[in-house]
Structure formats: C-alpha cells, structure tokens
Design a protein. Structure first.
Length: 70
C-alpha cells in the first residue's frame, strides 16, 4: 500500500474516495480513529492509501480532477 493523500478534511477524503472508486481503484483510509487519542485537535491527518500497482493511476485521477496534491 502507498500513501496517496493526507488530509484532516473528511469531505475532501470522501470526494477523493468516490473519484477513485469511479475509476475502479480501491482505497483504504488509515488513522480514522486517531482523533480519539489526540483529543480531536486534527494533529494527525487521515491517510488515503492505494495498492502499489494502482498508485500511478490514482495520481493520474487526482491530477485530472485538479487536486493539488495529485
């Protein structure tokens, strides 16, 4: 698995997951529950992960939709 995007914004994360899913790319979100441990201050961003073999295609999807980090 490779780290594709790190964000504290759940709306952005949901949007990116939907765009990648539409492109046939499966995702995994890590660190979703870390806010419980950190006290919900947003210090630990959630990580959007994709399979190693999907990483280049996922980056292309992000570029196509104009995502700055993609």
């Amino acid at each position: 698995m490779k780290d594709l995007v790190r964000t504290n914004d759940p709306v952005e994360l949901s949007f990116l997951q939907a765009m990648l899913s539409d492109a046939g790319i499966e995702t995994l979100v890590l660190d979703t529950h870390m806010s419980i441990l950190e006290g919900s201050i947003g210090a630990i961003p959630r990580r959007l992960m994709v399979a190693d073999e999907d990483w280049e295609a996922a980056r292309a999807v992000l570029r196509d939709i104009g995502h700055v980090g993609g």
